[in-house]
Design a protein around this ligand. Structure first.
Ligand SMILES: Nc1ncnc2c1ncn2[C@@H]1O[C@H](COP(=O)(O)OP(=O)(O)OP(=O)(O)O)[C@@H](O)[C@H]1O
Ligand SMILES: [Mg+2]
Length: 257
């Protein structure tokens, strides 16, 4: 069964034959991906495979040479970040995802800058339902938060725009294995369960596949495999090939020495 068969009914994000890079030789070539409403779709692959470049191509940051990005059926290829935010794509980059010198409340408020005060208050309430741990931290400066709380603030900030699609670049970067597992299992999965379409790039492939509905393997800029995430995890040879030899419960697989 192809990913399109499984996900077709409520396709939120569709990548069609995307070739993109930074002006030189293309970094990613002829990529096809589907992310349906309510699904978490993982993109895993070795360092330098082009995972972040793929996300930057979707977000109008890297240069798209050919192909299309469709958001809820509309061609949004190459549109600037702000326009995409208005149209419903929330992007949480790996770094620089929050303002350290501002309070949590101020970060969330800035995330909802497109809306009036009343709407922002409403959306903040909704974001706090997803991340209740942030409520007692609203007046804290982000620089005083733990890594996990900081990441929650980053995702909550993007939720202020009520996006239909969330694009997350390594949300567990810099977090301990325990926190990484918690972020993926509770927070990222919860976003899918809320009805968001989530495109998740992760280095911690085993943990990411464990909470994902579908997986794409990216190697040297090409999709080499597209399959049900649980099937990938279940295949011992696939774990060997793509994730590195790992113990069954190991969280970080592909950065093992
Ligand atoms: N701004 C840029 N200009 C030119 N080349 C770049 C740029 N950013 C990334 N690259 C190159 O594109 C290739 C893919 O990088 P990318 O960051 O997309 O990989 P990745 O899969 O996200 O890797 P990682 O797992 O290490 O984050 C690399 O060879 C990288 O050097
Ligand atoms: Mg990357």
């Amino acid at each position: 069964m192809s990913s399109a068969d499984v996900q077709k009914p409520f396709l939120a994000l569709a990548i069609r034959g995307i070739t993109a890079g930074y002006g030189g030789p293309p970094i990613v070539t002829n990529l096809d991906m589907d992310v349906a409403k309510g699904k978490v779709v993982a993109v895993v692959g070795p360092n330098g495979a082009g995972k972040s470049t793929l996300l930057k191509a979707i977000l109008g940051i890297a240069r798209v040479e050919s192909g299309r990005v469709e958001l809820n059926g509309t061609d949004v290829t190459g549109l600037p970040l702000e326009k995409l935010a208005r149209l419903g794509i929330g992007y949480v980059p790996q770094v620089d995802d929050v303002f350290d010198g501002l309070r949590v409340r101020e970060n969330l408020d800035m995330g909802g800058y497109l809306f009036n005060k009343h709407q922002r208050a409403e959306r903040m309430e909704r974001a706090l339902t997803v991340f209740p741990q942030l409520r007692p931290r609203l007046n804290r400066y982000v620089e005083t938060l733990s890594g996990g709380e900081r990441k929650m603030t980053a995702i909550a900030r993007v939720l202020m725009l009520d996006p239909s699609v969330l694009v997350l670049d390594e949300p567990t970067a810099g977090l301990s294995p325990e926190l990484s597992k918690a972020v993926l299992e509770t927070q990222v999965r919860a976003l899918g369960d809320l009805g968001k379409a989530v495109l998740l790039v992760e280095q911690k492939a085993v943990a990411a596949l464990g909470i994902s509905d579908w997986a794409y393997m990216l190697v040297r800029g090409e999709v080499v495999m597209s399959a049900d995430a649980k099937e990938v995890l279940a295949k011992p040879d696939m774990r060997e090939i793509f994730l590195g030899a790992t113990a069954p419960n190991e969280v970080t697989a592909d950065r093992a020495p």
